[in-house]
Design a protein around this ligand. Structure first.
Ligand code: CAA
Length: 393
């Protein structure tokens, strides 16, 4: 049976529950009232939107997946994905700042002991504390197993040395899950994961990176110099870090893909409105097939991307491994966001290319979806591996 057949057999429905509709409406209202009015300014000045993050925390739009047994709302992936689309419809720079706690917290949810969950997740619920996911390095982004950061065991502690880069919110995070080699000779089997408080001696945020798009999100590089981390901060067993990272990305990619759908939806709405009002050759440009076919393709591809995102989140919530479907969703939604935003600039013509109009920002923002949490090429690699070398776990 294909996944779609399985879904139908399992009684899948496209109807949202009333709770899901309420949650989505809350996120849309927040995006309209709190995010959109700040988007242009935060983009121009690359402002970390600390006040918007605090408000999102207050109304319950952060840390959605922290289990109820640790004080959270324990919402399924599907609900997080609904919120992610709306916040990123508002602005993906601000939306990513708000949503990135999901990525930071996921390894603790996936691999933490009850004590670790209590210690690291519960505080996220009381205050708008940020956390981050420290996987990428200057010489190891797509090829995770090439990482050079080391963690050397010394009794009840580990000594961490190395550097991480392109880490969302690291400049403002209270703690980061850092992946490091505990056995450099064992490739991916020699990687372990640690919760590292960012105020430990030897942790130094070196650089806030100045990005093309999603400029309201902090993206930072940091160094670890002889950082002493208690062994009790290790997540899972020694050597399990690579798989924890992969499981995390399987879980978070649908939410990120939903963000790409939100950006595409925003660009599409701007393009439709402009096509109705801009007149050339005595008719609104929406009447020209060259324009309305572009808009018809945008609508079709956004819907297809949204369906892939819904499917991948739904599969997670059935307790099924969704590596393939998460990669389908992330690849297709990211590439769709790039295409739709580029076409939206085209619909606006010369106005699309200047900053006074909203679509050039959306095109810059969309680009990052093809890069972070695994490039579109890495998603294809994951898909190809699932086709030709399927795992049996
Ligand atoms: N779940 C569980 N286990 C998995 C898995 C998954 N999804 N994927 C692979 N594994 C297991 C394999 O079964 C294998 O296990 P065994 O050793 O027991 O056989 C092991 O992990 C190694 O798998 P591969 O041989 O497939 O590993 P690889 O070295 O060829 O790499 C890769 C695979 C998919 C390319 C991986 O390196 C990858 O995902 N790279 C992209 C990383 C990425 O997305 N980075 C983004 C960083 S986060 C970010 O951007 C956010 C931010 O803050 C900006």
């Amino acid at each position: 049976m294909t996944q779609v057949e399985t879904a139908v057999a399992g009684g899948v429905s496209f109807a949202l529950t009333s709770e899901q509709r309420q949650l989505r409406a809350l996120a849309r209202e927040f995006a309209e009232k709190e995010i959109r009015p700040r988007a242009a300014d935060c983009d121009e000045h690359a402002t970390h939107p600390v006040d918007v993050i605090a408000k999102a925390h207050e109304v319950g739009l952060m840390n959605l997946h922290v289990p109820a047994s640790f004080g959270g709302s324990g919402l399924p992936a599907f609900d997080g994905m609904l919120v992610g689309e709306e916040l990123n419809w508002g602005c993906s720079g601000i939306g990513t700042s708000i949503g990135a706690n999901g990525l930071g917290a996921a390894p603790v949810i996936i691999a933490g002991t009850d004590d670790q969950k209590e210690r690291w997740l519960s505080p996220l619920l009381g205050d708008p504390i940020l956390c981050s996911f420290g996987l990428s390095e200057p010489d190891a982004g797509s090829d995770v197993a090439r990482m050079k950061t080391t963690a050397v065991r010394r009794g009840d502690e580990y000594l961490l040395n190395g550097s991480k880069t392109f880490i969302t919110n690291a400049g403002y995070a209270a703690w980061t899950v850092v992946f490091a080699k505990t056995d450099p000779d064992r490739g991916h089997k020699g990687i372990s994961a640690f919760v590292v408080p960012m105020d430990l001696p030897g942790v130094q945020v070196e650089k806030h990176l100045d990005k093309m798009g999603q400029r309201a999100t902090d993206t930072s590089a940091f160094a670890l110099t002889d950082v002493v981390v208690p062994a009790s901060n290790r997540l899972g067993e020694d050597g399990e870090g690579f798989k924890i990272a992969m499981k995390t990305l399987d879980f978070t990619r649908p939410g990120t893909a939903a963000g790409a759908v939100g950006v595409a939806q925003a660009a599409y709405e701007h393009a439709v409105a402009y096509a109705k009002e801009r007149v050339t050759f005595d008719v609104p440009i929406a009447m020209h097939q060259g324009v309305n076919f572009m808009i018809a393709d945008m609508a079709t591809e956004i819907e297809a991307a949204r369906l892939l995102v819904w499917q991948s989140a739904w599969l997670h919530d059935q307790g099924r491994r969704a590596t393939l479907q998460s990669a389908f969703a992330k690849r297709f939604a990211a590439d769709t966001a790039m295409k739709v935003t580029t076409d939206a600039v085209q619909v606006f013509g010369g106005y699309g290319y200047i900053k006074e109009y909203p679509v050039e920002k959306l095109m810059r923002d969309a680009k990052l979806f093809q890069i972070y949490e695994g490039t579109s090429q890495i998603q294809r690699l994951v898909i190809a591996k699932e086709i030709f070398l399927p795992r049996d776990d």
